[in-house]
Structure formats: structure tokens, C-alpha cells
Design a protein around this ligand. Sequence first.
Ligand SMILES: [Zn+2]
Length: 199
Amino acid sequence: MPKPKRKRRNPQPSEPEADESLCLPQTAPLQIRYYGDPVLRKRAQPIQEIDDAERQLAEEMLMTLYSTGNGIGLAATQVGILKRFIVIDIGEEDDEDYEPLLLFNPEILSTEGEVVVEEGCLSMPNITADVKRPEKVIVAALNPRNEKIHIEADGLLARVLQHEIDHLNGVLFIDRIGSLKRQFLISDLKKLQQAERPF
Ligand SMILES: [Zn+2]
């Protein structure tokens, strides 16, 4: 999911800031899949055990997220890997202690409230829509050390968690808007589907 435009505090375009320490020398960004690619509609499989291959995937996904310049969340499905894994980085530049979330087998345990927020998607460039979702969520997941963690989230983090977990189930944010609103996006979606990619 890209950073919501209205929340951007810095009007100047800035280079993505990849944390070099998280990226192995051989790590390269993965190819993001775009709307129309059938893989985006597939259900990702749980990860049985987090080993070095999964940790390598985590680093590659994080690098891919940073390479977008405005990404704050990415699901493995979006790079064509059908494993239940997401990365999220909504960190503010001035918070040195912030660490990105690397979540394996994330699962929503409970939700509360309801709020409408504009969403976009790295797999659907330049398309946004208001989406109604729960305001707060509790998510369980495994971290890269195979430890079970619980995240209580609201605001932007709750939104990104839900958006990325949806991807693991083959669900896109446009599935969560009314059919009338979707009609307005149809020509943009068709263009996206037929677009030639640089890859
Ligand atoms: Zn997305």
C-alpha cells in the first residue's frame, strides 16, 4: 500500500531510504505484480517454518518496498510469491527507534469500530478510493525469529495491516468498495490491465 497522499508531510520528493544493514549485498528488489496478473487473486499458503530462505525473502521484500519510494506495506503475493508474509514500514523519518514489521502468517484476531479512509495499492498505481474498514485490529503473527507476536493497531497501521492481509487472500481494496464506485474506476483499471510494463 502506498503512503496516503494527504498524510505526506514533506512536499519534496525524497529518495527511498533503504536501511543498508537489512539488505544483503546480493539482495535486489523483486518485480511487483500489477492489477490483471492472476497471481494477485490467489490465496497464499501458510509458512511452516521460518528459516534462512524466509528471512532472505523478508529482506528482498523490504528492499522492494523501499524501492517504490512511497510504499508503506507489501504482501508476498504482490511479488508473485504465494506465502503468507507481509512487510510494513510506516515509520516516521524522525523516529530512530522505529523498526519495520516483518510478519509471517499474519491473522486478524479481532476488530473494532469502522472508518472510511482513502486507499491505494502498489499493484494498482494511481488508483485510489475510499474504503470502509474496521478502525482497530488485533493481529497475531510470527516474527523472523519464529516468535508469536500480537499487534494492537489503530490509525494507519491498522489500515495497512488489513490491506496487506487481504492480499494474502487474493482480495484487493477495490473489492471492498461499492459497485457504483467501482464503475467509476473501470476505465482506469482496464488501462492498468493492458499497460505495458517496464519488465
Ligand atoms: Zn495493495
